[in-house]
Design a protein around this ligand. Sequence first.
Ligand code: NAD
Length: 256
Amino acid sequence: MDVSVSTDQKVAIVTGGAGGIGEATARMLAQRGARVALADLRADAAEAAAERLQAEGLSAAPFTVDIADHASVQAMTENVLSRWGRIDILINNAGVESSKPFLEIKLQDFERVMRINVTGAWLCCQAVIPVMLRQGGGSIVNISSVAGQRGGGLLGTAAYSTSKGAVIALTKALAREFAKSGIRVNAVAPSLTMTDFAQRQLEKLAPNTLDRVIALTPIGRVAQPDEIAAVIAFLASDEASFVVGQVYNADGGNAM
Ligand SMILES: NC(=O)c1ccc[n+]([C@@H]2O[C@H](COP(=O)([O-])OP(=O)(O)OC[C@H]3O[C@@H](n4cnc5c(N)ncnc54)[C@H](O)[C@@H]3O)[C@@H](O)[C@H]2O)c1
């Protein structure tokens, strides 16, 4: 992949950085010169991902965090600051899926999805924005989904779509509030991307679901994590300096 969009010398936190879109994003930011914190609930997986990046000569370190927990997010933020002294980029990528028809979703399932996908991003923003304000700016990219715009399609469900719609609203509210302070907030809305997350979704659905998704996608295939990471890395970089409060669809034409 092209490495022309620089994030040189910057410090980035990628939540959910232990795999999938998060690891691909962390790798791309690091290839472009950033020092990257892989912040994930799965400590072993975050460590393994950091080792993969380090083996490629990239600057990355694992940090354990439960983004749904205020104290854990604060501690992770402090740990990143202790290690690298600043935070320039926050990628709110960690998220969970939910694949049940609306009437079968228990309140606790809904609240779990909202707690991680929405409250998690909220808590990370509340922890990191004061640091960015002190530094005079920064860039935040929240990972939504086409499900947050269209209501889900074949794979979507009410809980997941609701959470990803809220991520878009959070993005726009924070973008307006902090643009004059030099903090840009944007979102990326991917369609089905081949990660463990997508695999888990597909296993719960009819065997021909993948073929149906591909048939409904104008580009005629699903995404690879690198293709989403490239959009995230662009929005995170100074190349996107005039892009504020936007939702970039990386969806092969899915939500047109
Ligand atoms: N893969 C897709 O098809 C797709 C499509 C649209 C949007 N997305 C979104 O992209 C993001 C990344 O998805 P992915 O496919 O790479 O998923 P993934 O399941 O491969 O990775 C998600 C990561 O988040 C971590 N995580 C989960 N809960 C956490 C918590 N409470 N605290 C910290 N870390 C936690 C997991 O351990 C995992 O490493 C998610 O927000 C997802 O909703 C994915």
